[in-house]
Design a binder for this molecule. Structure first.
Ligand code: GLU
Length: 255
């Protein structure tokens, strides 16, 4: 039995007009359903609630960042989860929604509770679809982003692999838009990431390359393999599992 955590960023799950990117979502669900059928246990950490809610409503007056996050995520999360339920449902796969926040990992009791919740779901063949609870989390007590959350979940569940899917192919030794930059195929656990991170934030989600790298390296040092790859590559998950060295991506070797 192999356990995989798949984290997908807002840029892959939503279009620039704030509507769900049904093509990308449906491709990812097809692949997860395939892996599920092969006996893999998959946890999907899905961003996109805020980006997806933005396309649904024009607030009547100006809202601060927190109010915007709360309003948009409350609306967008339903859209995403309904779509996931439909798409997975077409394969006869039951999904469960886990909306969580930092408090749920901060004491041993809370951590164990969160762990047993996800294990119970997995042991019953349910695919957990996880996101931070953006409506309830206090701004100053939030995860940096869902990359951080997915790393914590990978460690908590003793996963075999964490796959972080975004709109770039992996980690570059310079800015991805610079033609001289090269994709870094493998990162050894003792590597110093300052050699190649160029901090640039995602246009939709909260995170960026620097946090992605930091999290990936930390998780790999805990003995879990991590792959950062492009989420809109049609068979990305299948390709990563078959042989990650045959596709453009960055593989963080576990120590
Ligand atoms: N939880 C946020 C959302 O669903 C995304 C956070 C992130 O960018 O990782 O919109």
């Amino acid at each position: 039995m192999k356990r995989i955590i798949v984290k997908v960023g807002s840029n892959i799950l939503t279009r620039s007009d704030g509507k769900p990117n049904v093509t990308n979502m449906s491709r990812l669900v097809d692949q997860i359903a395939h892996l599920h059928g092969l006996g893999y246990q998959v946890v999907l950490v899905s961003s996109g609630a805020v980006a997806c809610g933005r396309g649904e409503i024009a607030p009547s007056h100006t809202l601060d960042d927190t109010a915007q996050r709360q309003l948009y995520s409350s609306i967008g999360q339903i859209k995403l989860i309904n779509l996931y339920a439909q798409l997975f449902g077409s394969y006869g796969i039951v999904i469960g929604q886990v909306l969580t926040q930092k408090d749920n990992f901060s004491t041993t009791e809370a951590y164990k509770n969160q762990r047993s919740c996800m294990l119970t779901m997995l042991n019953n063949g349910v695919v957990p679809v996880v996101n931070e609870n953006d409506t309830a989390s206090l701004t100053e007590l939030m995860f940096t982003d869902n990359d951080e959350l997915s790393g914590i979940i990978a460690t908590m569940l003793d996963a075999d692999l964490l796959v972080i899917l975004s709109n770039v192919e992996g980690i570059y030794n310079g800015s991805p838009s610079d033609p001289d930059s090269r994709l870094v195929p493998v990162v050894e656990p003792d590597k110093d990431l300052h050699d190649f991170i160029v901090p640039s934030r995602s246009s939709m989600g909260r995170g960026g390359m620097a946090t992605k790298c930091g999290i990936a390296l930390k998780v790999a040092r805990e003995g879990i393999a991590v792959v950062v790859a492009r989420g809109d590559r049609p068979s990305v998950l299948i390709d990563v599992i078959k042989n990650h060295s045959e596709i453009p991506c960055t593989y963080f070797k576990p120590s």
